[in-house]
Design a protein around this ligand. Structure first.
Ligand SMILES: [Zn+2]
Length: 246
């Protein structure tokens, strides 16, 4: 594939790691990018980016792939090379490969995983869990559904989906080094920060707003696109929202 070729010819700066398997057995693969390469075991601050946890949001995996290709191809650019020496990027371009494949082949608007919701009456008819409502923190508190037929079904228990369980396990293994956790979704032009389950704000809210402002300004300079930013609850209110309950 495109990424295989790119990584094979740039082993000085990039490598694959499989962090788990999807419900249907597809590998969940992250690309690690940084100097020196991750294989040396040296730890640096980590920037995590995942994409495609919602199957139908195709622009997200495409964006992650683009980010990977720029970081690797432009590794000799002064600013990018500085970033790669400062940080390790861990990028998961396809967080929900089963759902993605299903959205490609059968149902363009498929959003969830493809797990069988055994053991419940509705689960007999309805497949899949919204993996972005399946993370453990404040699981099922708000903005999700207990109905297996709902597009925001949170699953039978926290981390019931191998996709979210694998991400969580990788994050916990690297929790002291991960300094930024970004999850790419569509649509909207929004930069969303925690929390999504309460109107309260985390104690580093001001810092995150400062970062979001810088990012929003950079997006606007590049293509004139306007990105609003704020906590998930403040920007999305009662709409169905797309955030990691982290
Ligand atoms: Zn989404």
């Amino acid at each position: 594939s495109f990424l295989d070729d790119l990584i094979r010819s740039n082993q000085d700066v990039s490598s694959w790691e499989t962090i788990g398997k999807s419900g249907e057995g597809r590998a969940l693969k992250i690309v690690k990018i940084g100097y020196p390469p991750a294989t040396t075991g040296q730890t640096k601050p980590i920037i995590w980016i995942d994409a495609g946890i919602h199957a139908r949001e195709w622009i997200a995996p495409a964006t992650a792939t683009y980010i990977i290709s720029i970081l690797i191809r432009e590794k000799n650019d002064e600013e990018i090379s500085k970033m790669l020496k400062t940080f390790d990027f861990h990028i998961l371009p396809t967080a929900n490969p089963d759902g993605y494949e299903y959205s490609r082949l059968f149902d363009r608007f498929w959003r969830k995983t493809r797990s069988r919701n055994a053991g419940t009456f509705l689960g007999f008819f309805c497949i899949g869990v919204d993996p972005n409502r399946n993370y453990g923190y404040q699981w099922s508190r708000t903005g999700s559904s207990g109905n297996p037929c709902s597009n925001t079904y949170h699953g039978p228990r926290p981390f019931s989906e191998p996709e979210t369980a694998s991400i969580a396990s990788h994050v916990m293994q690297n929790k002291n080094n991960i300094k930024l956790f970004l999850s790419l979704h569509s649509y909207s032009q929004l930069i969303l920060t925690p929390w999504g389950w309460t109107r309260d704000l985390p104690k580093d809210h001001a810092d995150m707003m400062k970062m979001a402002e810088i990012a929003s300004r950079a997006f606007k300079m590049r293509h004139g696109t306007e990105y609003r930013y704020g906590s998930s609850t403040s920007l999305l209110c009662k709409q169905t929202y797309d955030i990691l309950h982290s």
